[in-house]
Design a protein around this ligand. Sequence first.
Ligand SMILES: Nc1nc2c(ncn2[C@@H]2O[C@H](COP(=O)(O)OP(=O)(O)OP(=O)(O)O)[C@@H](O)[C@H]2O)c(=O)[nH]1
Ligand SMILES: [Mg+2]
Length: 318
Amino acid sequence: MALFNIFGKEKKEKLDQGLEKTKSGLFGQISKAVAGKSIVDEEVLDDLEEILVTADVGVNPTLKIIENIEERVARDKYLGTSELNRILREEVSNLMNKNTNEDLISFDFEKREQPYVIMVVGVNGVGKTTTIGKLAHQFKQAGKKVVLGAADTFRAAAVDQLIIWSERVGVPCVNQGMDADPASVAFDTLKSAVAQDADVVLIDTAGRLHNKVNLMNELTKIKRVMQKIIPDAPHEILLVLDASTGQNAVEQARQFTAATEVNALALTKLDGTAKGGVVIGITDEFKVPVKYIGVGEGIDDLQLFNRFEFVDSLFSQK
Ligand SMILES: Nc1nc2c(ncn2[C@@H]2O[C@H](COP(=O)(O)OP(=O)(O)OP(=O)(O)O)[C@@H](O)[C@H]2O)c(=O)[nH]1
Ligand SMILES: [Mg+2]
């Protein structure tokens, strides 16, 4: 399988490392819950329920998982606690695979007539600009011509931050400085991308609070203006969520998906958090696919999300 090529191995190790805290939290708790017990009984299931909720899997997905395990226990009264990790792994995979979209395995894609436009949205500090830098790097590595657009003109230094990333990656960044009209920057960026026959455009936007109506209206305006150049743009509205905020990230996903046509999710900062279980809850609750995950601050620390690899890293015992 293409997943385990040379780069795949390094990538998998990075994912294993990134999920370390979630994993040790989850399995440490499970080991405690089953200590001295040989079979999965009511008490073990109660403890497991609490552990999953605490690991930020979310209440509804947790209940689904527990119900399924209860059914297995009803069928097999002597289900051993030594089986619990394997069973949990199966139930988590089933839950995550229900959503039938295929996971992407490469940043490469066929040449399109016009550039593929990704507009990146999300609240302050979740990792939008960093994700754009990392994505630009991945697309460039895949041989794509990338153009960035600095449409976060709201915060001092936001434009500079994107320019620094564009220099690191070696791709152009269209900007009009701070305080410029974001829609006008987006318009210029698309114009320039078309003129250069670019493959991918990444548009940074200001971190907006989902409950601020006028800021949401601004996103709509950016979109409308972009469509004057590329009628079906943006092709991807990528909502960036900070996994380390756990259930807050889920709440942001609810609000953004209700207010804008988000069609892809990126979950950042999976490294260093014990709240990685949030990925399970998000793939269960939203039809919008998790497409990218951030596993560190470095330029290479962004991966295409793959459910199989994720579950494997979460449950593999070394
Ligand atoms: N550990 C870790 N840190 C990350 C990751 N992604 C982003 N960060 C860090 O999160 C911080 C905020 O990232 P930004 O990219 O500036 O976030 P933003 O959403 O653009 O923020 P605003 O422009 O203020 O709305 C930075 O210090 C990043 O290095 C990740 O996957 N892992
Ligand atoms: Mg930013």
